[in-house]
Design a binder for this molecule. Structure first.
Ligand code: FAD
Ligand code: SF4
Length: 509
């Protein structure tokens, strides 16, 4: 019985479940640079080059280890490849009795596979993706019967299940969460180590030539290219983080400094999401650094929470709530995404910096995505479908299973509070506290109204007022409504007028 093992672009792990039980005498592996993988939305050029290079390196590694791999690649001559056609070609020419895959990361792909089974007249076995720490079924059992889900409780279960930062059944340090010690504002003179960089090899150069020729109309800068493209390089990137930046990860997790896009973050999401790193090894590497006295508990716990908590939690919600989740718009937001999300041309210095860095690096750290880019989209009432499309296009780590819950659930409150307990709305003062952006902004963060006022300030109150019916009974923001209601009529009128003027002319802001 010959099995055809399919490896998708985000399944580049040698221990992927689709390779389990591989028969080296009979079975074969198919990998291909399917055009729609890069074109279903027009992904950042750097992401396409990264994935194509990582796939080619991975396929070479499998071949070295004796796997029989058919790899179809884009080239000057071959500009269009479809996974379905490539499977069909092998079915027509080889005696294949079943197709095996690990569970795909996107709902659309799962639907495709289910429908292809009939066309191929060959069974398709979809196996759990063991690289995640919580299976789709386990998450759904955990969520069953809960009206609202809370990441914190899920995270505690994961800590216990994997015995991470635990001692005799209790959390080390006697607390599950040390966020109260984290999130310091940036201070002058911080030494931020440079990010991991990797030299391009011939394979990467070849795919970069293809990307610059065939994907030239996609968003983002292709050069400079520094991503790891093999497992060993990704491990080097992880170890560099553990040795050089984990120590301050917690302290400056929310800090933003102009000209410092990487801060003390790990920059490993691209590697985790395509399979070059595993979540458990990342969490264990941090735990080991803590045990060796090389990293404090607040930083270690905070980092581990992101990986075994948030990352698994958003994936669980995605599979629990798809396909409906993709079209949720609880706040009925209908505005278009302003052009400056693509060009970076805005007088709002925080947004200008975050967009420009995103374009250059295919990366922005969490707080830039949440409190600047996301917060603005929430306050400005941008339709979730445009915001989701943007976030899926611009980041090298973007896959719908992780992007959609973060955008629709965490930043836009489009799911009505299923994922997050309140909308993450905030005025300019939070950005001012956690960054140095406001110092060189045309707008004045201390000013609340008028042409020079920071737009986040009046948009914040206008957002609350516009959505009063939907969110005012949320106990976590009820106090803000009381503050708004105590404002005099003149002040409230100014908020309305400034907001309305701003929203009508967003592209000139
Ligand atoms: P670090 O800050 O160093 O954190 C370590 C790891 O924790 C990350 O690599 C990531 O794997 C995990 N992590 C942290 N926060 C989250 C989270 N909220 N959800 C899932 N995993 C998390 N992450 C993606 O991987 N892909 C996305 O498409 C994506 N879109 C996002 C969109 C928005 C609006 C927001 C607010 C967050 C999004 N995130 C996404 C989560 C997070 O911002 C990125 O994982 C993180 O910035 C990646 O950089 P890092 O590796 O330096 O992370
Ligand atoms: Fe952003 Fe407002 Fe600060 Fe300008 S003043 S950088 S718009 S928060």
């Amino acid at each position: 019985m010959t099995s055809l093992r399919i490896i998708l672009c985000d399944q580049l792990s040698e221990d992927i479940s689709s390779l389990e039980g591989y028969d080296f005498d009979k079975d074969m592996v198919l990998m291909c640079e399917a055009r729609d993988m890069f074109n279903n939305v027009k992904h950042h050029k750097k992401k396409i080059a990264f994935l194509m290079s990582a796939m080619r390196h991975f396929s070479a590694r499998l071949q070295q280890k004796g796997y029989c791999v058919t790899y179809t690649q884009l080239s000057r001559k071959k500009r269009s490849i479809s996974l379905k056609d490539e499977i069909q070609k092998l079915l027509d020419s080889k005696n294949i009795s079943r197709i095996i895959l690990a569970h795909p990361g996107e709902y659309r792909m799962l639907e495709d596979l289910r429908s292809w089974e009939k066309d191929f007249k060959t069974p398709i076995e979809i196996r759990d993706d063991h690289r995640f720490l919580c299976t789709i079924d386990e998450f759904s059992s955990w969520a069953a019967g809960r009206k609202q889900l809370r990441m914190e409780y899920f995270y505690r279960e994961m800590r216990k299940k994997y015995d991470i930062l635990m001692q005799n059944g209790n959390p080390i340090g006697d607390k599950w969460n040390f966020d109260a010690l984290n999130r310091k504002p940036p201070k002058e003179g911080l030494h931020i180590p440079p990010p991991f960089t990797n030299q391009k090899d011939a394979i990467t150069q070849e795919v970069m030539d293809i990307v610059s020729e065939q994907f030239s109309d996609h968003f983002g800068d292709l050069e400079p290219f520094y991503f790891a493209v093999t497992r060993q390089q990704a491990l080097d990137a992880l170890h560099q983080f553990i040795q050089q930046r984990l120590i301050h990860f917690g302290d400056y997790q929310d800090a933003m400094i102009q000209g410092e896009p990487w801060m003390y973050h790990a920059h490993i999401s691209f590697y985790l999401n395509c399979g070059l790193l595993s979540p458990l090894e990342c969490a264990q590497a941090a735990e080991q650094a803590f045990q060796q006295g090389k990293a404090p508990l607040n930083a270690t716990e905070g980092f581990i929470r992101q990986i075994i908590g948030w990352r698994e939690y958003v994936r669980g919600i995605y599979w629990l709530k798809m396909p409906e989740y993709a079209s949720l718009n609880f706040l009925e937001a209908t505005n278009k995404l302003p052009d400056f999300y693509w060009t970076g041309q805005t007088k709002m210095n925080c947004l200008k910096n975050c967009v420009t860095e995103t374009k250059k690096n295919a990366y922005a750290h969490h707080i830039q995505r949440l409190m600047v880019l996301g917060n603005f989209a929430l306050l400005a009432g941008i339709d979730p479908k445009y915001v989701n499309e943007w976030f899926l296009i611009v980041y090298a780590d973007a896959y719908q299973w992780v992007e959609l819950p973060n955008v629709s659930g965490m930043i836009l409150f489009a799911d009505g509070g299923y994922l997050a307990s309140k909308p993450y709305a905030s005025g300019g003062s939070y950005i001012n506290k956690m960054s140095d952006y406001c110092k060189s902004c045309k707008y004045k963060v201390a000013q609340k109204n008028g042409p020079d006022a920071c737009p986040f300030n009046y948009l914040y109150w206008d957002f609350l007022d516009r959505n009063r019916e939907k969110v005012s009974n949320n106990p976590r923001i009820a106090m803000m409504y009381r503050t708004y209601d105590r404002m005099d009529e003149v002040k409230r009128k100014a908020i309305k007028e400034d907001s309305s003027k701003f929203l009508k002319n967003m592209d000139d802001s």
